[in-house]
Ligand binder design. Structure first.
Ligand code: FE
Length: 347
C-alpha cells in the first residue's frame, strides 16, 4: 500500500493535520500550568506616568504582565475598530464617558458580570450594560481670579451667562469632549432650549476666543485676560503645585440644585479580548481599595470607589455636592451638544 499514491496523500494529510494542531496548541494562551501567567494588553489614552506605576504594582503582586500602548482616545478607538477580532488589546482605558460611550456604540467592548466591579463602582459611573466602568472622577468646575472675583458673586454654571460677566469669561474650545459632556448633561437636566440660552450667554460673555486647553485658559485668567472660566480640577492642581501663590481658586457651582459636573476616567474589556478573564481581574483590582487611592492621586482626581478618600491635597479643595446624573448621558447627548454649541457660535 506504501506505493499507492492515494495512501501517500492520505499519510501526508495526516502529518499535516498533526503539525497544524501542534501550531494551534502553541498559539493558545498558556492557561494550564501553575506558572503560566497571561499577559494583558491595554490600549490607554491615559499617559504612561499615570498608568505605569499601577501596572507595575499589579505585576509585582500577581505576576500578570501588562503590555500597553498609549495614544489619544480617538485613534485608539479607531484602531480597535479597524483591528476587529485581530486586536491584541484586552482592555481599553480612556477618559470621559463621552469617549467610552463611543466605544460602546461601535460594539468594541464586552459587558462584564462582576460582583466586585458592581459593588465598587456606583451605578451612575458605569455604562448601563456594564461594558465600561469609571475608575476615577474629575470635577469640571468654576475657576476664578481671586483678586477680581468674590466667591459670593458666584453661584451656578448658568449664572456665567449673566451680563454681569460680560467680557470676563474664558472657556476652552467646544471641540474638547469635556465641554461636550458638560453641555450634554445640561441638555438632559435643563432641556435643550434652556441649555442653549445658557451657552449663548457664555459666548456673549467671552473676553476672547476659546482656548485649546484648560491650562492655557487658566493662564489667561491669571494674566488678567479674563476673570473666570470652567476647568477640570486636576489641571488647577498641577498649576497650584507649580506655583503655590497662584491667584486662582475653585468654586463649586450648583450646590443648591444638581451639583458640580463630574466625569470619569474609565476602562472596559474589549469585545475580542484574548485574555478576557485576566483583563476583568485587572479592572476589578483597579476598582478596589489597593489601587483606587493611588489611581486618583497620580492625577489629583477623586476615587470612583466611594469608600476611598481623595488625597490630602484634593481634600483641601473642599467638599462639594456632585451631579449624580448617569455619566452615560454625556455620550448619548454628545451629538446634540455639539450641534447646540455650533448654533450658539461656541467654537
Ligand atoms: Fe484632561
Amino acid at each position: 500500500m506504501i506505493g499507492n499514491p492515494l495512501g501517500r496523500i492520505a499519510r501526508s494529510l495526516l502529518i499535516l493535520v498533526s503539525v497544524l494542531s501542534l501550531i494551534a496548541c502553541e498559539g493558545q494562551a498558556p492557561s494550564s500550568g501553575e506558572d503560566a501567567k497571561p499577559t494583558v494588553t491595554v490600549y490607554s489614552s491615559r499617559k504612561e506616568h499615570l498608568v505605569k506605576p499601577l501596572f507595575d504594582r499589579y505585576t509585582a503582586k500577581t505576576g500578570v504582565e501588562i503590555r500597553y500602548i498609549t495614544d489619544s482616545a480617538g485613534p485608539l478607538i479607531a484602531r480597535l475598530a479597524a483591528e476587529g477580532s485581530n486586536t491584541p488589546a484586552d482592555v481599553l482605558m480612556t477618559v470621559d464617558a463621552g469617549n467610552l460611550w463611543q466605544a460602546t456604540e461601535q460594539n468594541l467592548l464586552r459587558p462584564l458580570t462582576s460582583q466586585t466591579l458592581n459593588s465598587n463602582i456606583p451605578e451612575h459611573l458605569r455604562s448601563a450594560n456594564n461594558d465600561w466602568f469609571g475608575l476615577s472622577i474629575r470635577a469640571r468646575t468654576i475657576v476664578y481670579a481671586t483678586d477680581r472675583v468674590q466667591a459670593s458673586e458666584l453661584s451656578t454654571y448658568e449664572n456665567l451667562a449673566d451680563p454681569a460677566w460680560l467680557g470676563r469669561l474664558c472657556l476652552r474650545t467646544s471641540k474638547k469632549v469635556y465641554n461636550q459632556s458638560l453641555v450634554a448633561t445640561m441638555i438632559s437636566t435643563l432641556g435643550e432650549a434652556d441649555a442653549e440660552s445658557v451657552v449663548s450667554g457664555w459666548v456673549a460673555n467671552f473676553s476672547t476666543d476659546p482656548f485649546s486647553s484648560d491650562t492655557t485658559m487658566m493662564e489667561a485668567i491669571e494674566a488678567g485676560q479674563c476673570d473666570l472660566g470652567i476647568a477640570n480640577t486636576y489641571y488647577f492642581g498641577r498649576m497650584k503645585k507649580a506655583d503655590p501663590n497662584l491667584k486662582l481658586a475653585l468654586f463649586w457651582p450648583n450646590q443648591n440644585d444638581r451639583g458640580v459636573h463630574i466625569n470619569i476616567s474609565g476602562a472596559g474589556v474589549t469585545k475580542h479580548a484574548k485574555q478576557a478573564q485576566a483583563a476583568q481581574e485587572l479592572l476589578e483590582w483597579l476598582s478596589g481599595p489597593e489601587a483606587q487611592g493611588q489611581l486618583a492621586e497620580l492625577n489629583q482626581e477623586y476615587p470612583a470607589n466611594p469608600l476611598i478618600k481623595p488625597s490630602a491635597t484634593v481634600q483641601a479643595w473642599g467638599e462639594f455636592k456632585a451631579d449624580d446624573i448617569n455619566v452615560e448621558v454625556a455620550g448619548r447627548l454628545q451629538a446634540a451638544a455639539v450641534r447646540l454649541m455650533d448654533r450658539a457660535d461656541y467654537r
